[in-house]
Design a protein. Structure first.
Length: 258
């Protein structure tokens, strides 16, 4: 049986309708593939927080989330962004359904203890809802909003959310970003990267900002699944066809060898 494909999107693709439509058209062409979209939407969150007169801070690519920001962040991600993607998918004749990490017990979240506020660390919990949807031809579109055991909503890094869904479904994972992979010190794209090289590039400041969180999430996923994870650009969504054909695309994040 083919593994499902989990695709994480965020950033500029959510600001460019043409890019999102191009991606959805490629997904539509896959026909019998089971696809899950996991999304962030920091650009929309930033805009809505600014409109409310609130400032946002990031540390190592992760958003600091005061509890009073959560109504706006959850509204932006689980509401505006999620339903915009579902609406565009519907236009492409894709049977999409919008969810959060809390729906159907997909993931359980614990509070991040690094002083980031209402930020959750997700753990895969139940695939029952996603299995039902995928087996009936639906494409789940999952926002990176979760809930703690006490019911409080938390903001989850979208890369971590995608990794969790990938673990839950034993799926192939594709992290789409604004660039076609990870660059080395000389600005050349790397075909492959492991934890040791990634840590060196982070220490040198070559990997920084949101890419730091993305690479750390990909390394975690690679080690959990014991296989490489693809990081590639949303600007060329046809690469997905190459990925499913077994070809190398973007940068492959490798699991530890020990």
């Amino acid at each position: 049986m083919k593994k499902p494909l989990v695709i994480k999107i965020g950033g500029a693709i959510l600001e460019r309708q043409d890019a999102l439509i191009s991606l959805l058209k490629v997904i539509k062409s896959l026909r019998n593939e089971k696809v899950v979209l996991v999304h962030g939407g920091g650009c929309v969150v930033d805009h809505m927080l600014a409109q409310a007169g609130l400032q946002s801070e990031k540390r190592h690519g992760l958003r600091v989330t005061p509890a009073q920001h959560m109504p706006i962040i959850s509204g932006a991600l689980a509401g505006t962004v999620n339903k915009t993607i579902v609406a565009q998918a519907t236009l492409q004749k894709i049977s999409a359904i919008g969810l959060s990490l809390a729906d159907g017990g997909i993931a359980q979240c614990q509070l991040n203890t690094e002083g980031l506020g209402a930020v959750g660390l997700p753990t895969a919990h139940s695939s029952k809802l996603l299995d039902m949807l995928l087996n009936n031809g639906f494409m789940p579109v999952i926002s990176s909003i979760g809930a703690l055991a006490n019911g409080e909503m938390v903001n989850v890094n979208a890369d971590d959310a995608a990794v969790t869904i990938c673990q839950l479904l034993n799926a192939e994972l594709l992290l789409l970003t604004d660039v076609n992979g990870v660059k080395d010190c000389e600005g050349n794209y790397l075909q492959s990267i492991d934890k040791s090289l990634a840590q060196s590039l982070i220490e040198q400041g070559v990997i920084a900002g949101g890419m730091t969180a993305k690479i750390n999430a990909a390394i975690h996923a690679a080690n959990q699944l014991r296989r490489s994870i693809a990081v590639a650009s949303w600007k060329t969504p046809e690469q997905i066809l190459n990925l499913l054909a077994g070809d190398a695309i973007g940068t492959r994040v490798q699991p530890d060898t020990n």
